[in-house]
Ligand binder design. Structure first.
Ligand code: 2M8
Length: 409
């Protein structure tokens, strides 16, 4: 074990709140949905039971509808805005009212495969909950074909340029007065703008105004865009869940049917003009015309093609470290502004899983080596400048430590 392995373990232990893990102290003082799934994968490298606990704690906050919220506010913390008082979802423990990328089944499969015997009973207990979440995604959010998000925070790629056209249609004036906390923890220049936040909060207020009724949010809410990233992650997660379901003796016909329908919808998010998968504004029918890292999640779902290969090499060759979150040749590219250009180790890890499965072990290895060099140079930061490796965002970050232990290190 190297000293970086030890540091990574210490980060997971240090962010562990007993059953759930914070992304990082200060900036993100609660349990986040997809961060937890990656935390489980990381824990599985040295404490398999703790990995299952993480997934259990996440799924314990599932709503009756099947949705799994994006934040679980286990203990009040004034260091984050918007907190439970703003979301007003009436859940116990308090949660946000939106979801996040459904990677839990992908990570659960990895955790199970790392110790199949010990995981059998844990996975059997988790299976119906994951299935209910997937049902929710397909029945509530795939009504237009691909997976739709009702708030940019659901994508996990919060302020990426993909959402600009949808955000332009959101009136932020109802946000009222509020005090942001994120800008007090990290460099405000690297965070989303005030205009973004006004719109984010206006969308939360809309959710509250309809008591978080999902059908109304999808139908009447201010923002609805098809997300290629989530579409591919859901497809991959469906297939991983089906593998686990079969091993548990479950009937997976329904699940495979959802996956088949979703795969059939993929042509609707292929933008011929962009020559790539693209985000689609479902309110107007317009494509974003932006190549984002969500498009490359296609490899996770066996949906790559030669045009996408060419796009991947084009954007990769323009940077020095990992895959940028947005196209370096686009006018909107900003190498340190959160999801508008930086490289994210956690996204690189997902992409590498996809590339390896697509038979491109050489590219997966190149991505691993570049991601590892960022962490070796600067430590376990949230994200990095893909041109000069400047570390950005929160330090001692859970998912960066997790992917070091499982993949990059
Ligand atoms: C970021 O998102 C939160 C809102 O959910 C924020 O900026 O306040 C994103 O990077 C998201 O993908 C991530 O899950 C979260 C916690 O790491 O932070």
């Amino acid at each position: 074990m190297t000293s970086l392995d030890e540091q990574a373990r210490a980060i997971l232990r240090g962010n562990d709140q007993g059953g759930y893990t914070l992304p990082t102290h200060g900036l993100y003082p609660y349990q986040w949905n997809w961060d937890s799934a990656f935390a489980a994968w990381g824990f599985a490298t040295f404490d398999n039971a703790r990995a299952w606990d993480e997934l259990d704690t996440l799924m314990a906050s599932q709503w009756d509808t099947g949705m799994v919220p994006h934040i679980i506010f286990h203990k009040p913390d004034p260091g984050y805005f918007p907190g439970p008082d703003v979301w007003q979802t009436g859940q116990s423990p308090a949660t946000s009212g939106i979801t996040q990328p459904p990677v839990a089944a992908i990570m659960a499969r990895k955790v199970w495969e790392m110790d199949p015997e010990a995981g059998q009973a844990r996975m059997a207990a988790l299976y119906p909950k994951l299935l209910a979440w997937h049902r929710w995604w397909h029945e509530v959010r795939c009504t237009h074909g691909p997976a739709a998000i009702t708030h940019p925070w659901e994508s996990g790629r919060d302020n990426c340029p993909d959402w600009d056209i949808g955000m332009a249609g959101v009136d932020g004036s109802s946000a009222g007065q509020y005090q942001r906390r994120d800008t007090g923890h990290v460099n405000p220049e690297m965070r989303p703008t005030k205009q973004d936040y006004d719109r984010y909060i206006a969308m939360v207020k809309f959710g509250c105004s309809v008591d978080w009724d999902q059908a109304r949010i999808v139908r009447d809410g201010p923002f609805l865009m098809a997300d290629p990233g989530i579409t591919f992650m859901l497809l991959r997660a469906d297939e991983d869940l089906a593998v686990m379901g079969r091993a548990l003796g479950e009937d997976v016909t329904k699940l495979l049917g959802w996956a088949k329908d979703l795969r059939a919808a993929l042509p609707t998010i292929w933008n011929d003009e962009l020559n790539a998968y693209d985000a689609l504004n479902l309110k107007t029918g317009e494509f974003a015309n932006i190549l984002g890292s969500g498009a490359f999640m296609a490899y996770l779902a066996d949906a790559g093609n030669p045009q996408l290969d060419a796009q991947l090499m084009r954007v990769w060759d323009k940077v020095n470290y990992g895959i940028p979150s947005a196209d370096p040749e686009a006018a909107t590219f900003d190498p340190r502004k959160y999801w508008r250009g930086p490289t994210w180790p956690v996204v690189n890890a997902l992409l590498a899983i996809g590339l390896r499965d697509a038979g491109r072990a050489d590219l997966a290895e190149r991505l691993r080596a570049q991601t590892a060099s960022l962490i070796r140079k600067h430590g376990f930061y949230e994200y990095f400048d893909p041109l000069d490796a400047t570390p950005c965002g929160g330090a001692d970050f859970t998912w960066t430590a997790a992917i070091w232990l499982t993949w990059a290190g």
